[in-house]
Design a protein around this ligand. Structure first.
Ligand code: MOS
Length: 734
């Protein structure tokens, strides 16, 4: 029996449940006696609450309670750092004071018998405020710009060499690049159902981080962490907006405590535009200089990004810059501008996505100015080792990515002269960019159980936010145990399982699958031992080993199924456990994924409409556990990149800072008609150092480089360089 399942395109093991309605997302749990919470949101951009009048709401049918700062238990502040797994989406604690900092801030919650009754009653709540003039764009708030402190992921700013040095400079490029506020818009809006059983709290929650939610809730309510149980079996996408803990999660728990019933808060689509973060606006000034051969001499990146008045979120546009190319003089600076808009948060490849838009666009400008092929320019600046850490990469095959992309896109036939390629009345252009994302890994734990019915289960407190974690966990367990994939039952999304990190930073596969492998090996060791020690076993006191899902004698003459061993021993199951963590290799190698994005666009010369006709992407992410789910991840990331390049932008009413495109009708994302041929591939070369599995993450790299590759293709098609996203018709015709 062949049991090679790692590296095969298995269908999602949870696919059947998902398409038949058997998968429960957070809002789907029909708890007994469930009440519905509907928040009262600030319509004031800045000010203070004077009074909240709920007298009319109290008379409304089905009204149960109104929760405000007055009757809420006072919540404690958790440590709020990533390292201790207590990261809040917004540092300001729910109901901290009467101050209002942005439109959409939670001022109160109305709890009703039904959702409709709660909505109706909440509409009757009248909030009196004293208003001040809010700053709703960076333009009006530059005086308040400040230098970020840095965060758990390291410093924001960076310097090596001296970017002002001029020796040998033959070409320079200077440009300012802007990316707008974008929202994650996962298909499943955030939702939380909170239930208290005495002093113990259960949350059915849409989260990318059950352990982070558990720790934050416990610390805020001042109860032992073991007394908080987070359940998040299925998550309909996150992209970062469900990574940290947001006020609605605390609000549901506060309400459930006050009304002594389970309370559900399900964010509406408009609430998703203020309640769980966004990618902040960024403005980057790039100054680069190269010698006559195109070798970079200096690269300077000055970044401005917005944050909120109640937290410090830094969109680290310079995060990839030190590692990207071999360049002796590099400087990244950043300032934050607080505006009265809800707090930003990581969104798919935070930092890299806008950062690479600027740098990879500027490199395209350099290549054009010096009449050098854009791929050749990047090869001339290839970093064979990490120029920032001065360490070898654990594995890097970016050259192969470029070469494969060049070949498959037919890049050699591209005309470097803008506006010279036609398809009927359309202009055609080709562009490319580098993609990159770090290969993060954190400690993760898992358990594997062999059952007397012949099945095996694998479990970890990780999450499957759509990437396919259920399936990859099952694949690794199946192959390691030697059992067919169909015999494995994976469980995750439950804080009582062995702890695993956030499903963010593309680290789930790299962190969790090594633990699954070790736990499977531990289970095998135990079942072999059990066979040898059990009197009724045919392998009693014999040398034995496991192979192909059985325990057998060394010569293979006698063998037993795992189930038979358990039956002989009178046991229902045996459990293997493991924790897997990164080790000294972290100090010896630099872990980064790379890729190349090649784009063909067609532009309507009269209407300025851009259609992305083809994207060829080649990624080096180490070993690919499941090519089918990996491809889906890549498709999603690339399509999100098309949205970033051409459509996505949240617009605000600058009188109060209210988002005015807070629906999927007004906030544009690509639809099927926008998507033509997308052809991602993976080199699938195992990373020898990241872990025993050789797999780095794939969730985020696919979006990186897409927007600049499209902007570069648009330039190639039209001769028009658009440095502000999205590339809309009006910007192109301007
Ligand atoms: Mo991601 S933006 O780390 O969920």
């Amino acid at each position: 029996m062949s049991t090679a399942v790692i590296g095969t395109s298995s269908d999602r093991v949870d696919g059947h449940r998902k398409v038949t309605g058997g998968a429960h997302y957070a809002a789907d749990y029909a708890l007994e006696n469930l009440a519905y919470g509907v928040p009262v949101l600030s319509t004031t951009g800045k000010g203070r609450i004077v009074s909240i009048d709920a007298s009319a709401a109290r008379q409304a049918p089905g009204f149960i309670a109104i929760i405000t700062r007055e009757n809420s238990p006072k919540l404690k502040a958790p440590a709020n750092d990533f390292g201790s797994w207590t990261k809040l989406g917004e540092a300001r604690i729910l109901f901290a004071d009467d101050e209002i900092h942005y439109v959409g801030q939670y001022l109160a919650l109305v709890v009703g018998e039904t959702l409709e009754q709660a909505i109706a009653a909440a509409a009757l709540v009248s909030v009196k405020t004293v208003d001040q003039a809010p700053a709703t764009s960076m333009d009006g708030a530059m005086d308040a710009a400040y230098k970020p402190k840095g965060d758990d992921f390291g410093p924001v700013e960076y310097k090596r060499g001296d970017v002002s040095q001029q020796t040998g400079v033959a070409f320079t490029v200077e440009g300012s690049y802007v990316t707008p506020i974008e929202h994650h818009n996962p298909m499943e809006p955030s939702a939380t159902i909170a239930r208290w059983d005495d002093e113990k709290l259960t949350l059915y929650d849409a989260t990318q981080w059950v352990m982070g939610a558990r720790n934050c809730m416990a610390d805020m309510f001042g109860i032992p962490r073991e007394d908080v149980h987070i359940i998040s079996e299925f998550v309909g996408g996150g992209f970062g907006c469900k990574g940290f803990v947001w006020p609605h999660q605390a609000l549901a728990a506060v309400a459930a405590k006050i009304v002594s019933r389970p309370v559900k808060i399900a964010l509406s689509r408009p609430m998703m535009f203020t309640g769980c973060g966004h990618r902040p606006e960024t403005r980057q000034k790039i100054t680069l200089a190269a010698d006559a051969q195109g070798k970079l001499l200096s690269l300077k990146q000055e970044v401005l990004s917005e944050t909120s008045p109640v937290d410090e979120y830094t969109e680290k546009c310079g995060v990839a810059t030190p590692h990207l190319y071999a360049c002796p003089n590099v400087q990244v600076t950043q300032r934050l501008v607080p505006v009265n808009i809800a707090t930003p948060t990581p969104m798919r490849a935070p930092g890299e996505s806008p950062g690479l838009f600027a740098i990879e666009s500027a490199l395209d400008e350099l290549a054009f100015n010096m009449k050098l092929d854009p791929v050749e320019l990047r090869l001339r600046n290839y970093a064979a080792q990490d120029p920032a850490r001065k360490l070898p990469y654990s594995s890097k095959y970016l050259r192969e990515c470029y070469a494969q992309g060049v070949e498959r896109m037919g890049w050699a036939d591209r005309s470097a002269k803008p506006g010279t390629t036609r398809d009927g009345r359309y202009w055609v252009g080709y562009g490319m960019a580098t993609a990159t994302y770090p290969g993060y890994r954190m400690e993760g734990a898992a358990l594997v159980r062999l059952h007397a019915n012949g099945r095996a289960s694998v479990a970890s407190a990780t999450q499957d936010i759509g990437g396919g974690t259920y399936t990859t966990m099952a694949q690794v367990a199946a192959e390691t145990l030697g059992l067919p994939l169909g015999m494995i039952d994976p469980a995750l999304g439950d804080s009582r399982l062995p702890p695993a990190p956030v499903s963010g930073g593309s680290m789930t596969t790299a962190s969790v699958t090594p633990a699954v492998k070790l736990a499977s090996e531990d289970a095998i060791k135990k079942i072999v031992q059990l066979a040898q020690e059990t009197k009724g076993s045919v392998l009693f006191n014999q040398k034995a080993r496991a192979a192909n899902g059985r325990v057998s004698s060394f010569d293979g003459a006698i063998s037993m199924t795992f189930a038979d061993v358990l039956k002989a021993a009178g046991l229902e199951m045996i459990q293997g456990d493991a924790r897997a963590k990164p080790g000294k290799e972290q100090g010896q190698y630099s872990f980064h994924s790379f890729g190349a994005q090649f784009v063909k666009v067609r532009v309507d010369p009269d209407l300025g409409r851009v259609h992305v006709m083809r994207i060829v992407s080649v990624f080096d992410v180490g070993r690919v556990i499941n090519p089918k789910t990996a491809r889906s991840q890549a498709l999603g990331g690339i399509i999100q990149g098309i949205g970033m390049a051409l459509m996505e932008q949240t617009h605000y009413d600058h009188r109060n800072g209210a988002p005015v495109t807070a629906s999927l009708a007004d906030y544009l994302v690509p639809v099927n008609a926008d998507i033509q041929s997308i052809e991602p591939t993976f080199l699938n070369i195992p990373d020898p150092y990241i872990s025993s599995m050789g797999a780095r993450g794939i969730g985020e790299i696919a979006i990186t480089g897409v927007a600049p590759a499209i902007a570069n293709a648009v330039f190639n098609a039209t001769g028009k360089r658009v440095r502000e996203l999205p590339i809309t018709i009006e910007r192109l015709l301007d």
